[in-house]
Design a protein around this ligand. Structure first.
Ligand SMILES: [Fe+2]
Length: 212
């Protein structure tokens, strides 16, 4: 055993104006057209995609140094405001590929929901404003939802070997609940009419996968 894993200390700046990590090691943009299939109202999505398909729906900056289990990835997610039908703009959502890995999210700007779902389908909607901190336990799916009128930005940190499984969300046709607008201009949860619950056997496989 050595005292160093070969990684170097890193100092960077979380820019509160641009909501970027400067410098960062990596990142990506997710365009609106790439989110086909995640919203319940497909007709509304395709209508918007004709006009806004090439717009950035959300972007991520990261400080990522390795994929070692003992390492951490820290990043910023910036999600644009808007709605598809009655459903607020959101990220694809995922379970960690190694599903026993947790995560923290700290709100930097805006008003959003961190929507959490257990493998068994229990939903927790964590309402976030600047300063809010959410702990995502192991084995919980998670996605960001912007219920405000400005960007919703969060700083997140998770074990570097966690990985992301987006397919689990696609197979279930989303999360069990949708975050939609209510009559007062706020948000509420509504049942997802397309949701397909996971079977006990499917849950067993997701849990077993973390132990390989
Ligand atoms: Fe995550």
């Amino acid at each position: 055993m050595t005292l160093s894993n070969g990684l170097s200390p890193f100092l960077t700046f979380v820019n509160p104006e641009t909501l970027q990590i400067q410098p960062n090691t990596s990142g990506y943009k997710k365009y609106f057209r790439e989110l086909s299939g995640i919203y319940a109202d497909e007709t509304a999505f395709h209508g918007l995609a004709e006009t806004f398909g090439n717009a950035v729906a959300y972007r991520v900056d990261e400080a990522r140094f390795s994929d070692q289990a003992s390492d951490l990835i820290t990043g910023i997610s910036v999600l644009e405001p808007g709605k598809v039908g009655q459903e607020f703009f959101m990220t694809r959502g995922h379970l960690h590929q190694r599903a026993d890995r947790p995560e923290t999210y700290y709100c930097l700007a805006g008003h959003g929901i961190l929507l959490l779902e257990s493998l068994a389908g229990e939903i927790k909607a964590m309402e976030m404003r600047p300063g809010s901190l959410v702990y995502v336990p192991p084995f919980w799916l998670h996605r960001s939802v912007n219920v405000g009128e400005t960007v919703f930005a969060t700083l997140f940190s998770y074990p570097a070997d966690a990985g992301q499984d987006f397919e689990i969300v696609r197979q279930a046709k989303g999360f069990r609940q949708l975050v939609v607008s209510n009559a007062n201009g706020g948000w509420t949860l509504a049942p997802n009419p397309h949701y397909r619950p996971r079977t006990a056997e499917e849950i067993r496989v997701y849990v077993a996968r973390t132990q390989s």
